[in-house]
Design a protein around this ligand. Structure first.
Ligand code: PMP
Length: 432
């Protein structure tokens, strides 16, 4: 009977159904569970697949004889640049290998734009100090930590809808053409966090070629899930080539890391950009550090050797993730399909599933789940300033728990969506 849209229920049927759901909910509450679907962390068994990285490394000399143990080389060891340039279709000279975190590179890049500006334009902080802060477009739902970077630096955020093939480009094009204070946009072009959206060729071309009122408009291209295919390999148009053709070689900062390839927080990260941007970044970086962890860069090169090996490794990781995504889909389907209480994404890769409840039901759902021992990402987190006007989006991260834990968590989650939805219908339709 879950296939009947709940909106078609009579008040009496709905009250009875809610009562039943609440009894089931109470039985879960009595189990004192402690389950967590919040952050997209690899499971311990996924991490185990990279354990050879921890084995004693044979040697510390680079190909050219440089001693990786000592100071030197600001922008990354050549063999590490080559490995990732080949993997991602980037130019080695367009690359800086940084430290252990791409988010760190994003924040540093953004703060250097605020402090120093780029391409001879005014530092972005100038506008904030004058009371008219610069703005970034934020496709929503999106990654909460991107939004936190902007908030911390006083960059105003404008949400734009993320459609099935990328940001709503009609809106984006109109906004960036009209407003010189719009200086950038956040993009997660493959298997986006949280919806799993992959940008189409058309969207990539439009982003690369659109007319912007700000000459220093920048795309923050966070390809965090660039090789993280779980069900299906999805290709992505090379945005640098598109920018080159369109005459905007400095438009993009491209970020990537091995956080969800090897060890999150102990991998290597990179930024790629146009020649002028890279020169600027290196100058700022040279004031900030003598160099990043070359030993870890070399360790990753010795471990993977070739881009093909990275892809094979991703295939092994995908084998572990697939049953978890299957399970999430199974329970959403079994409990919620056809009810009209929620819809959700079926990602081809990445780390997340995005669920939309009825309006005004996300916060209540998350609260209910918490009180039954299932911690979910805070409702609203996928929107700038934590403000989901519809109060509808919830991000599910299925990677960390084992299958038993995940199944219990999904039973409880779907039950909470139903309870929140039915309560809401009873309130709004029957003024309960
Ligand atoms: N970007 C996105 C879209 C993410 O989901 C995450 C979290 N894994 C990061 C960046 C953070 O990456 P890193 O560990 O390289 O800082």
């Amino acid at each position: 009977d879950t296939m009947t849209p709940i909106n078609n229920y009579t008040q009496e049927e709905l009250t009875k159904e809610l009562q039943k759901a609440k009894e089931e909910y109470a039985s879960y509450q009595r189990q004192n569970l402690n389950l967590n679907l919040t952050r997209g962390k690899p499971s311990p068994s996924q991490l185990d697949l990279s354990n050879d990285l921890l084995k004693e490394m044979d040697g510390y000399l680079l190909e050219d004889g440089t001693d990786a143990r000592n100071y030197g080389i600001l922008d990354g060891i050549p063999e590490c640049k080559r490995l990732f340039a080949l993997l991602l279709g980037l130019k080695e000279e367009a690359l800086i290998i940084g430290g252990n975190s791409s988010l760190n590179l994003m924040f540093d890049t953004l703060s250097s734009l605020c402090l120093f500006g780029t391409g001879g334009e005014k530092p972005w902080i100038y506008y904030s100090l004058n009371g008219t802060p610069v703005k970034f477009l934020c496709p929503v739902p999106g990654y909460d930590r991107h939004f936190t970077c902007c908030e911390e630096l006083g960059i105003e955020m404008i949400p734009v809808p993320l459609l099935d093939d990328g940001p709503d480009m009609e809106q984006v094009k109109k906004l960036v053409k009209a407003d010189p204070l719009i200086k950038g946009i956040w993009c997660v072009p493959l298997h986006s966090n949280p919806s799993g959206v992959c940008y189409s060729n058309e969207v990539v071309s439009m982003l690369a070629s659109m007319e912007t009122a700000a000459p220093d408009f920048r795309i923050f291209w966070d390809n965090a899930y660039g090789v993280h295919h779980v069900y299906e390999e999805v290709s992505l148009k090379n945005i640098f080539e598109e920018c080159q053709v369109a005459g905007y070689p400095e438009r993009v900062y491209y970020f990537f890391s091995t956080s969800k390839i090897t060890f999150p927080g102990a991998g290597v990260a990179l930024v790629a950009s146009g020649p002028s941007n890279i020169a600027e970044l290196k100058k700022h970086m040279s004031a900030q550090t003598i160099g990043h962890d070359k030993v870890n860069q070399l360790r990753h090169v010795k471990y993977f050797k070739t881009p093909e090996n990275i892809r094979l490794h991703m295939g092994e990781l995908a084998k572990q993730l697939r049953p978890k995504f299957d399970l999430v889909e199974t329970w959403l389907d079994r409990e919620l399909r056809g009810t009209g209480l929620a819809d959700w994404t079926s990602p081809k890769g990445g780390y997340f599933v995005s669920v939309n409840t009825l309006p005004h039901c996300a916060r209540r759902t998350v609260q209910l789940a918490k009180e039954a021992g299932v911690v979910l990402t805070k409702a609203g987190a996928t929107y700038p300033y934590g403000k989901d006007e519809a109060d509808s989006n919830i991000r599910i991260a299925p990677s960390y728990p084992n299958l038993d834990e995940l199944e219990t968590a999904m039973k409880i989650f779907t039950l909470c969506v139903k309870i929140a939805g039915m309560e809401n219908i009873l309130e709004t339709k029957y003024n309960h």
